[in-house]
Design a protein around this ligand. Sequence first.
Ligand code: ADP
Ligand code: PEP
Ligand code: CA
Ligand code: MN
Length: 660
Amino acid sequence: MAANGNGVSTTPKSPLARIQTQKNGGICHDDSGKPVKAQTIDELHSLQRKRSAPTTPLDGVQGAFATISEDERQRQQLQSISASLASLTRGTGPKVVRGDPAGKVQSVSHVAHHHHIEAPTISVSDSSLKFTHVLYNLSPAELYEQAIKYEKGSFITSTGALATLSGAKTGRSPRDKRVVIDDTTQDELWWGKGSPNIEMDEHTFMVNRERAVDYLNSLDKVFVNDQFLNWDPQNRIKVRIVSARAYHSLFMHNMCIRPTPEELENFGTPDFTIYNAGQFPCNRYTHYMTSSTSIDLNLARREMVILGTQYAGEMKKGLFSVMHYLMPMRQILSLHSGCNMGKDGDVALFFGLSGTGKTTLSTDHNRYLIGDDEHCWSDNGVSNIEGGCYAKCIDLSRDKEPDIWNAIKFGTGEILSLVLENVVFDEHSREVDYGDKSVTENTRAAYPIEFIPNAKIPCVGPHPKNVILLACDAFGVLPPVSKLSLAQTMYHFISGYTALVAGTEDGIKEPTATFSACFGAAFIMLHPTKYAAMLAEKMQKHGATGWLVNTGWSGGSYGSGNRIKLPYTRKIIDAIHSGSLLNATYHKTEVFGLDIPTEIEGVPSEILHPENTWADKKAYKETLLKLAGLFKKNFETFTNHKIGKDNKLTEEILAAGPNF
Ligand SMILES: Nc1ncnc2c1ncn2[C@@H]1O[C@H](COP(=O)(O)OP(=O)(O)O)[C@@H](O)[C@H]1O
Ligand SMILES: C=C(OP(=O)(O)O)C(=O)O
Ligand SMILES: [Ca+2]
Ligand SMILES: [Mn+2]
């Protein structure tokens, strides 16, 4: 007789299957599998989760390496987090416990618990009495669960990425950034016209800090990430990020350097702390505030407060500003650049403003990726500041950007851990439509750098051989590539030109020129000439060549011409890396005086000089002069600043701009 394991006949004689029972007293004893060890459903569920092994042997090691007990270490960790969350309403800080308030289980923290922490069973609204549950350095899988359970707009896409929404803000808010001015920062930092540092006083910072901390303390739970910045071990910075959303915690998990369990045990006090209370607005009646968004940096307190924006990029770029202060103090140059390395150890830097191609061009299947956005250049070479990449994914295609495409899914040996911001997907298949701009043009994917197959781990490399300045010229008059002298490199580095296209809004046809000193004025803290002088010195010392690459328009301005094809730009970049472009024949352009090659393998020669690609030569000349005028006007503010030890380089830089 054919019967399945439950004794149900599969060849019923009557229309309904008859249950065959055994003869021994009418009681079923036909379960073929071993019974589970659990006596109750709760027990069964608790069996599902195995405790993570403690990383330090509990009895510790004797002698010089003796470690504190696990209980003591956890007590110290909670004390440190409690101190981070201190506010006046809780003089001594909130009562902090670890774990998810929703479950009785404490297993969300991956350090084994050897004592049971009693959480209150009734909810108490008075913040000085309530508990704040701390979800400390959760794993991506745990953060996925938190996001899916509690954060509206969280979904898993067909490739396993976590899709989220950042709310009303889908980009950075540079005009809402404030920096505390005190006796030290007043002299050290760059203030005034052109500077990104808009001042606020210490007291106002504390007002916003208290607002953010009180908001965080009012919640049932907060996420705390303890992580690192900078792959250079001698200049590593410990950061703590306190946030209200699993999405923010996962984003920083991916973007900062992830500590090993051992490193986490010995983490101690952070060097810098972010309070991200982005869901809660600032009070616009507060002095120095001009909107409901505020991103406040206090270098003396080593703290940053975020109110009124949930755009995750604010955290990574906020920390980048901090590095732009801390690193130059140690004679290390911080760079808003991507960075990769060839098989022979030749390193290239890719400077550029947002959307010019740092991430796209540094992610190159034939080279090792050191990082896509933030680096340091010290006497030992280059190091990535971050542990992940943050790629723009509008119109992302598998053909043109295969490594980024493939990074947006399960990673080898790692559970899905990726954030896809503001993308649109099919409600059933969960397939992402990268062409959809319904939420924003600035859709993003944040993934750990290991998701790129050729990542160079640890993310460090020798001194750069090529320094590539990327400009997305929507006027269509800059050549696709030109070789720069050191003075020209400095001129273009200080200028930091790119052009924004007005986007898809109708009525706006003119591209807008943007000049952002050091290709990242929004993040620099000192005067641009300080960074420029360091760059000049390093390039000179290590014999690096500068290049200007236009990743923007050709054959006319935005509206009539077209964006230079990515495969052509890649060929240009290949020729820079291989060294073949150094040996090309060059001729000088008028007005900008740029040296352009006559030939590059794989690139049609006629596009190398932009004039050839314009049907209307008069319009070309007019547009060229217009852009040159904008460069001249922008550079006026820098003419009184000296770069280098004598005036020689400064004079050369001034002469390296457009002449007309
Ligand atoms: N010729 C080109 N060179 C570089 N990027 C291009 C080019 N044409 C189109 N793009 C697109 O421009 C965008 C560049 O963005 P991204 O690399 O993220 O810039 P960044 O990292 O500098 O902010 C990508 O979406 C890329 O596909
Ligand atoms: C995240 C950003 O960086 P980028 O566009 O340079 O990749 C940003 O500028 O907000
Ligand atoms: Ca980028
Ligand atoms: Mn960037």
